[in-house]
Design a protein around this ligand. Structure first.
Ligand code: ADP
Length: 307
């Protein structure tokens, strides 16, 4: 569990979980969603729901999904646009499985720029190829509540007494149709070719944090929380500085006496930020918001998270 102080400052967290199929994005985002009370937005889940409902979009998406290829950008972007407009996404979100190629990442940056809701961080989940294949072949999903389990890892330790929250009956485990060997190989190839370049894309924007996503599920959750604390702390500091500025606002006509070095520093931070914002916006990039309002701070905390 996150300590209370961290939980309270992460309520507007907007993050992307980046990683190959089987890297644990779904499992970790479900845990994060419960802790942070922000929705998990999984394009895979949204697409599977459209397929199950038999909508036109679902019919168009199905063939690509069954073949392990990416669904057309315009379909996925339409889903994301609609989902981000829902009220629960205002307090933040965890994007899982999106973006998956450079044009989706650029479209996301434009969309979030328009909504004035820039990303806070992109967490890359690192897992070796062999382990990915092992995890995918053991993956099972409850057909009723959608919870993900694994037969070969600790994520599969099913508590037989814990019923499905949806039906009250035991979980009904099924294997996803695209979790077969041939499709998995194609999905991993597509990841390497189209999604992996996003690591550099987000690193260049000071947003990337990489964590080792092998080992016990709880351990990976702890690493993820640590990586996210690196953005939560500077956010908390920023809120405190804003409060300090407010309480020290000069009296009308009065001289601004006793302004501390800290207040002076935060004032200079305020001057720098709009310039950085304008620069990033002109390049269509998401703006790094948190650490002291500077992108250098972002790189520093990214290095901390990687250690
Ligand atoms: P995984 O990451 O484990 O492969 P997902 O549930 O995220 O599985 O996605 C399943 C399938 O849905 C993908 O193989 C792809 O066909 C499609 N899909 C999901 N997200 C996207 C996306 N952002 N762009 C295009 N296709 C997507």
């Amino acid at each position: 569990m996150l300590p209370p102080a961290a939980a309270s400052v992460t309520t507007t967290m907007r993050i992307v979980l980046l990683g190959a199929p089987g890297s644990g994005k779904g499992t970790q985002s479900q845990r994060l969603m419960q802790q942070e009370h922000i929705p998990q937005i999984s394009t895979g889940d949204l697409l599977r729901a459209a397929v199950a409902r038999g909508t036109e979009l679902g019919r168009k998406a199905k063939e690509a999904m069954d073949g392990g290829r990416l669904v057309a950008d315009e379909l996925v972007l339409g889903l994301i646009r609609e989902r981000l407009a829902e009220p629960d996404a205002r307090r933040g979100f965890i994007l899982d499985g999106f973006p998956r190629n450079l044009s989706q990442a650029q479209a996301l940056a434009r969309l979030l720029g328009t909504l004035r809701q820039p990303l806070d961080a992109v967490v890359q989940l690192e897992v070796e190829y062999g382990e990915l294949v092992r995890r995918i072949s053991g993956r099972r999903t409850c057909a009723d509540c959608g919870r993900v389990f694994n037969l070969f890892t600790s994520a599969g330790q099913l508590n037989e007494n814990a019923p499905c929250p949806r039906t009250g009956a035991p979980h009904r485990l099924i294997q996803r149709p695209d979790d077969n060997e041939a499709t998995v190989t194609e999905r991993l190839r597509v990841y390497d070719e189209q999604t992996r370049p996003l690591i550099e894309f987000y690193r260049a924007r000071g947003l990337l944090r990489a964590i080792n996503a092998e080992g016990e599920v709880d351990e990976v959750t702890r690493r993820l929380e640590q990586a996210l604390h690196a953005i939560a702390r500077p956010k908390a500091a920023k809120t405190a500085r804003a409060a300090t500025r407010k309480s020290r606002a000069p009296k009308p006509g009065g001289r601004r006496r006793g302004a501390s070095r800290r207040a002076a520093k935060s004032a200079s931070g305020m001057r720098r930020k709009p310039a950085a914002t304008a620069r990033a916006a002109s390049k269509g990039k998401p703006v790094r918001r948190a650490p002291g309002g500077t992108r250098a701070g972002g790189r520093r905390s990214a290095r901390r998270a990687r250690r």
